[in-house]
Design a protein around this ligand. Sequence first.
Ligand SMILES: Cc1cc2nc3c(=O)[nH]c(=O)nc-3n(C[C@H](O)[C@H](O)[C@H](O)COP(=O)(O)OP(=O)(O)OC[C@H]3O[C@@H](n4cnc5c(N)ncnc54)[C@H](O)[C@@H]3O)c2cc1C
Ligand code: SF4
Length: 511
Amino acid sequence: MKTLKLILGDQLNLDHSWFKIVNDNTIFCLFEMRQETDYVTHHIQKIVGFFAAMRHFAQSLEKAGHTVVYYKINDAKNTQSLTNNILQIIHENNIEQFEYQLPDEYRLDEQLKDFCSKLNIPYSVANTEHFLSERDTVAKLFEGKKQILMETFYRQMRKQYNILLEPDGKPIGGKWNYDADNRNKWKGTPIEPKHNAISNNLESIFEEVKVSGAKYFGNINAKEFNWPINLEQANTILDYFIQHSLPYFGQFQDAMSQKAQLLFHSRLSFALNIKLISPLYVVQKCIAAWLAKPALISLSQIEGFVRQIIGWREYMRGIYWWKMPEYETLNYFNHQTKLPEYFWTGNSKMNCVKNAVQNSLDNAYAHHIQRLMVTGNFTLLAGIDPSEVDNWYLGIYIDAIQWVEITNTRGMSQFADGGIVGSKPYISSANYIDKMSDYCGNCHYDKKLKYAKNACPFNSLYWHFYERNRPLLEKNNRIGMMYNVLNRMATDEKQKTLAQADYYLNHLEEL
Ligand SMILES: Cc1cc2nc3c(=O)[nH]c(=O)nc-3n(C[C@H](O)[C@H](O)[C@H](O)COP(=O)(O)OP(=O)(O)OC[C@H]3O[C@@H](n4cnc5c(N)ncnc54)[C@H](O)[C@@H]3O)c2cc1C
Ligand code: SF4
């Protein structure tokens, strides 16, 4: 039967069973589309990176003997709409059967379901064969339960895949989680590994994007594009990470530095999220490296890394499929403020925000703690509308695909879900940022002051956040202690602090 099989831009898994046998009756199709470049304004590296990886993938399929129809962004035939492109190929090739892989975004899932319900040929849906859990694993585990905890899910995954377990099923080392060991400030030694050796000349794709009229922002060195665009390059990144960064990963996981934007993070998220590389493979390769060199890589480093991939990453996907589409409308604190302009320029007097935003504009990347405890922390304290925050995160990061972006942004970072992902809001004053980074030393603002002309905005906004959200948070027993401190604060001190925060909230664009 003449079959058309759709491959979405984040489904570049060469190991998929679809590709095991060459079948002359099967056409694979991939499209670069304005539909996908335009649903939010994207960083230029994200658009160019996706197109480059898709083109490389199509070439690999063709080399292996498969038939591929590929529409580039400016091809005359390209309707720029997913469903119109599919229909066009169905009619041109007398296609008798249509197949697609489960999309990871709700938006595309709905679009394809709706399309297929009106299609007059048979269709079927395949698994992406990428994730370690099913869409509904998290929902099944927690439905009806009072406590939704990533840790519970993570332990289940460790057991299911026999990862870091003793033969009797107990966790290796006696503990499931070494998070408490992962809180070191980075003092500048050992030297941060440089960005890995990948370099792709993607100038021609960059030119094509410019011609297409797609809107974009951010910076790019298209001659030396350093994100992986195929499996070989994803493996280069992984090997580099194992050799240079894994020995320090857990220990400095929460550290930030203006001298070293990447520190010991892997930069694997783009390759993972477009499915160039398998999460199980990544985890197994890192564990093999740890077993080979236990003196170099300690248990807490490897456990910290494994937890991110088989724990957080899979968990967020499960939460997404459990809670969408309502999830994207949640706004627990009813925040309505517009995102300040410096999120698009990096032009802020707050050194931490300036650094995290500039890194994001330059590299389409910021590591987890920059995303969570600098930009996310600030937008939450400042009461920015979570939809504005979501659109910024979804556009700026090369690894941002809604299932993993929104659960982290609206959930973990903005607490707009009222406590589904996290049990309390992730906020801090300058104290935490100073403890974990070298930002405060040369900042325009004074990290120690709550009120005064140059008082650090995080300090007063922190208390203002608790004060204004008292009815929503005071009964949360994980933060009751902060209300005790606030309640005991001298009246004058409290008034001045809240007045300073009010001033900053009214002059957000000037910070
Ligand atoms: C506000 C906010 C927005 C985020 N948006 C995204 C996003 O759009 N896409 C995305 O992939 N991650 C997102 N994250 C999670 C995390 O910050 C990134 O996965 C990580 O920074 C990617 O860099 P890395 O590959 O160097 O990660 P590493 O620190 O080296 O971690 C290894 C891998 O673990 C996984 N991982 C780590 N933390 C998480 C997490 N919280 N959720 C899911 N997977 C995780 C990623 O696959 C990552 O590649 C976000 C976090 C926050 C706080
Ligand atoms: S003083 Fe405040 S604004 Fe400046 S870097 Fe430190 S936390 Fe950020």
